[in-house]
Design a protein around this ligand. Sequence first.
Ligand SMILES: Cc1cc2nc3c(=O)[nH]c(=O)nc-3n(C[C@H](O)[C@H](O)[C@H](O)COP(=O)(O)OP(=O)(O)OC[C@H]3O[C@@H](n4cnc5c(N)ncnc54)[C@H](O)[C@@H]3O)c2cc1C
Length: 316
Amino acid sequence: MENSALKASFGERYRHHVIIRDQLITLAGGVVDHLLTVETLAELIDAVNLARRLKLEYVVIGQGSGVLFSDVGFAGLVIINRTKRLSIDVTKSQVIADSGVLMQRLIVESASRDLTGLEFLAGLRGTVGGAAVMNRQANGVSLSQIVKSVTVLMPDGQIVTQPAQFMDYSEMSSRLTRVLANRLDLTETPELPVILTVTLQLSRNKKEEIMRKIQHFSQQNRAAWPLTLPSLGPVFKAYQGQPAERYLSQVETKRLVQGRAKLVPKQPNFILTHTAGLGASRTSDIMTLTLELQRAVAKKFDLWLEPNFICYGQWE
Ligand SMILES: Cc1cc2nc3c(=O)[nH]c(=O)nc-3n(C[C@H](O)[C@H](O)[C@H](O)COP(=O)(O)OP(=O)(O)OC[C@H]3O[C@@H](n4cnc5c(N)ncnc54)[C@H](O)[C@@H]3O)c2cc1C
């Protein structure tokens, strides 16, 4: 049923009973009860505060490249974060970005002001908020190495700016992902700080040198990941400093295809989530392949790989 308070506050930006897979680049997930797209920090703050007042479960997402909604759906509010303000302080070599800014825009605009430090993520998807939560990593570099501070909306409604230590980063994880990973019941959506802005400490370099690095990493990332096809990944985090690919490339699973989800032997840490001519895969099929990979690795190496995506919704 439509929520009248959300409709009154956000008008056409609010929709109810929406198939979430149509909104996400992973193309997976069932119906969410309420969906809202916000474009400014004021809207993001209002949306979260309203959801809290209405006692609606809510989740803030960026491009949704690291989340998996269940086939059954999510009986709450999904807030798609499209906040876009970006300010660059060349004297301090710092960038302050709204959490909805796309990483690719940030890389290009920083380069245009002779600021280096983000090129390792060239060509990859995701927003600043998603990257800061997941401690995005590529080419041996993690975003946490350049996060200076974050401004967050706390569950009690306060807005505070905290140094990077607040995020308690570890490899491909933060305090937020750890709370989500440690849920005993995946249907629970814990109330977590919402990232409003992120300040990144970059450094100066010649534009030509930065552009050369962008081109280099862009090619490397495009070769490493199936960026042109709907996919979920990296499916697993690194294990004790070793990339999950190291283990995955040495195991065989019973099947490569489950429904419309597929494993890609050449890129063993990804699952394709769409089959041409047939359509999007079910989340349950993606989960089956994930579990099969975990079991195959556990059998051969006696270790359990931890998923690198966050699950939301009702699970059967
Ligand atoms: C083809 C492909 C390649 C990829 N390559 C890499 C890679 O090389 N390295 C890597 O680390 N990851 C990679 N990923 C995974 C994913 O893209 C990253 O983790 C990305 O940073 C997520 O950004 P997002 O905006 O899509 O976040 P989302 O998926 O939208 O969100 C991720 C999590 O962060 C939370 N979140 C998002 N924004 C906020 C906010 N403002 N406040 C609070 N919580 C928030 C969400 O609730 C969710 O729990 C890849 C994914 C794909 C599909």
